[in-house]
Design a protein around this ligand. Structure first.
Ligand SMILES: Cc1cc2nc3c(=O)[nH]c(=O)nc-3n(C[C@H](O)[C@H](O)[C@H](O)COP(=O)(O)O)c2cc1C
Length: 307
């Protein structure tokens, strides 16, 4: 049986549902020696700001049980250098989702404008959820009114397919998902890393210079699955799920819980070719379970009666 691997992620026609997650795959070129990038459904580039950014001072990364903590704080080359230098260096046929982040809503909109029409960019992902960069003391994605304003402004600035990447650091992910759908988002990405703290008992100091960081990796996978499941029941726009994906089976779990596509993040650091292997592994899974299309796995979770 040949399996149809194509998916439509909010208007992005992807050759398969496996992408790599923002911040864990650089600008793509770094991974090209290890993985043919055209084997991926696409990759999400590091979040871009209007001007280049240097991020937090070290220590910015620490180990955690079944994962890691980071507080890189969105170091990036800036949107113009990305368009002029990074995009042309990528092979033809690579689908790039450009991620954007800013500290003010009108600056978010300006980054979105500049990315619109850039070659190879098939869609945008608005990072509304970095857990260690704050504007006015909160993450954009933690306050429904602020999130509404942000999505509306970026929606106006671009006609590209628009994903909004939500924060897991909220009480109701369903409420945030509905806000995005209401303002014209074409899809949701979830989840970003989970706000966390780790301490060195000998020095009695936090491990990260920023004190707080974001926990990612397999440690957060069940939280991410729960949020994908809840958000997918709250909205009808597609969801791109991520959080600790380490195998094709993990990716299948996200699809079953309602995701249309997935992103591989922290595990790229351990195994730079992993996302390609996961794309192949999904086909093997679909054949073994009699699914003609990977798209048919979306939401195919078998629930106990009455749930
Ligand atoms: C070192 C590092 C840097 C990250 N940078 C970004 C970023 O720039 N923008 C963003 O939206 N998410 C960023 N993330 C979050 C990931 O894209 C992803 O949402 C999160 O790590 C959960 O997936 P995972 O457990 O597979 O890594 C970063 C994660 C890590 C570990």
């Amino acid at each position: 049986m040949s399996v149809d691997t194509r998916v439509d992620l909010g208007g992005m026609q992807l050759r398969n549902p496996v992408l790599t997650a923002s911040g864990t795959f650089g600008y793509g070129t770094e991974f090209a020696p290890f993985l043919d990038l055209t084997r991926l459904g696409g990759f999400v580039a590091k979040s871009l700001t209007l001007e280049p950014r240097f991020g937090n001072p070290p220590v910015r990364i620490a180990e955690a049980p079944a994962g890691m903590l980071n507080a890189i704080s969105l170091e990036n080359v800036g949107v113009d250098a990305f368009i002029q230098e990074k995009l042309p260096a990528l092979p033809e046929g690579v689908a790039v989702v450009a991620s954007l982040f800013e500290t003010e809503i009108d600056r978010y909109a300006e980054v979105a404008k500049r990315l619109t029409g850039a070659p190879k960019v098939v869609g945008l992902e608005v990072n509304a959820s970095c857990p260690h960069v704050k504007s006015g003391g909160i993450e954009f994605g933690q306050n429904p009114a602020v999130l509404r304003e942000l999505v509306a402004a970026v929606r106006q600035a671009t006609d590209l397919p628009l994903l909004v990447k939500l924060s897991p650091n909220v009480t109701s992910i369903a409420e945030m998902a509905r806000v995005c759908e209401g303002e014209g988002a074409d899809g949701l990405s979830l989840i970003n890393s989970v706000q966390a703290l780790e301490v060195d008992p000998e020095t009695r100091r936090p491990l990260l210079s920023n004190v707080l960081g974001g926990l990612s990796g397999p440690a957060i996978r069940p939280i991410a699955l729960r949020m994908v499941y809840q958000a997918s029941r709250a909205v009808s726009i597609p969801i791109c799920g991520m959080g600790g994906i380490a195998s094709a089976e993990d990716a299948v779990k996200f699809l079953l819980c309602g995701a249309t596509a997935v992103q591989v993040g922290t595990l790229n650091y351990l195994e730079p070719s992993l996302a390609g292997e996961i794309a192949d592994g999904l086909v093997v899974y679909a054949e073994r379970h009699g699914f003609a299309r990977l798209a048919d796995l979306t939401g195919a979770l078998e629930l106990p009666e009455g749930k």
